[in-house]
Design a protein around this ligand. Structure first.
Ligand code: NCD
Length: 319
């Protein structure tokens, strides 16, 4: 594996391998000194052209926990504001010799382009409404931990599917892991031809009771030029997951950030069925596993110490 650009590029075996590796890294997160030397001396560049809380902070923590050097780059406040193109920015930052570039960008296909412009391993941290593969991997990880196996699980993905890179990556990953996926939302927010991915499609919540897992999506208002729904109030009336709609055995997921009171009601966010916090937690160990796989896994430049290796001595840690 040279890059992680799309879930489409991954087999079930590769997904399981990453999740198993993440499981072994979970132990490191529980230690007092949360650091292993696996990527010591490697450079990871985080390149974010869109807002992010979870994805950016967890990539940073993941790289630092593996002892890599991290440079964070946000487009706001950078030369991008002076008109520098993505290609030129990559050429500039490549001069630092990064081993991995983590990139989030509003344009579909941007991560794949970056991979053509650099020798570094590229991780797609969200390219427009296309894909967000590490989100899908962490979702599969958090879900596997909660329900044991995704084989045969019925998962409903509800909401703004049209603008959601998370939905696309999740559909592919959940199905690879053996789940049956249904997408549900207002007809204006369901992309045409989505059934080609192998999922079922419905525009009403009738039948939601059959779901083992409900995955609610954020209304991506920043990507909506037109009025896709009459109002958020109307959307919530028809599609909000609330205490009346969430069954006691159903698991509830959301990638965050949540619009409280729109796609989810406050009481379900704080219910024991919700694993939203566990998803965030999974973000660090799954991204550790991805960086490890790309930089030190099969084909890595040198054999890195296994995750079980002793923690880096406190005095040997980079400042
Ligand atoms: C998602 C994203 O940015 O694609 N969030 C995330 O990565 N945790 C989903 C969203 O913004 O709705």
């Amino acid at each position: 594996m040279k890059h992680l650009l799309s879930i489409e590029d991954l087999s079930r075996e590769q997904i399981e391998r990453i999740l198993d590796r993440a499981e072994s890294f979970a132990e490191v997160s529980g230690r007092e000194i949360k650091k292993v030397p696996a990527l010591r001396g490697r450079r990871v560049l985080n390149l974010f052209y869109e807002a992010s809380t979870r994805t950016r902070s967890s990539f940073e923590l993941a790289a630092k926990t593996l002892s890599a050097e991290v440079v964070n780059f946000a487009s706001s406040g950078s030369s991008v504001e002076k008109g520098e193109s993505l290609k030129d920015t990559i050429a500039t930052l490549s001069a630092y010799g990064p081993d991995a570039i983590v990139v989030r960008h509003p344009h579909v296909g941007s991560a794949r382009l970056v991979a053509q412009w650099t020798d570094a391993a590229v991780v797609n941290a969200g390219d427009g409404k296309h894909e967000h593969p590490t989100q899908a991997l962490l979702d599969a990880f958090a879900l596997r931990r909660r329900i044991g196996s995704l084989d045969g699980a019925r998962i409903w993905i509800v909401g703004d599917v049209l603008h959601s890179r998370v939905a696309r990556s999740d559909i592919l990953a959940f199905q690879q892991m053996g789940a049956r996926v249904t997408v549900c939302g207002p007809p204006t927010l369901i992309p045409r031809g989505i059934e080609a991915l192998g999922c079922d499609v419905t525009c009403t919540l009738d039948g939601l009771g059959e779901a083992d897992v409900i995955y609610a999506l954020r209304m991506q208002r920043e990507r909506m030029a037109d009025n896709f729904v009459p109002s958020l109030r109307e959307y919530a009336r028809c599609y909000q997951i609330n205490a009346r709609r969430l069954g006691p055995q159903q698991v509830l997921m959301h990638p965050g950030p949540v619009n409280r009171g729109v796609e989810l009601s406050s009481e379900v966010i704080d219910s024991p069925q919700a694993i939203i916090t566990q998803q965030v937690e999974a973000g660090v160990v799954v991204r550790m596993a991805v960086l490890y796989e790309l930089l030190a896994g099969s084909g890595g430049a040198e054999t890195a110490p296994v995750p079980e290796a002793a923690p880096v001595a406190a005095e040997a840690q980079p400042a």
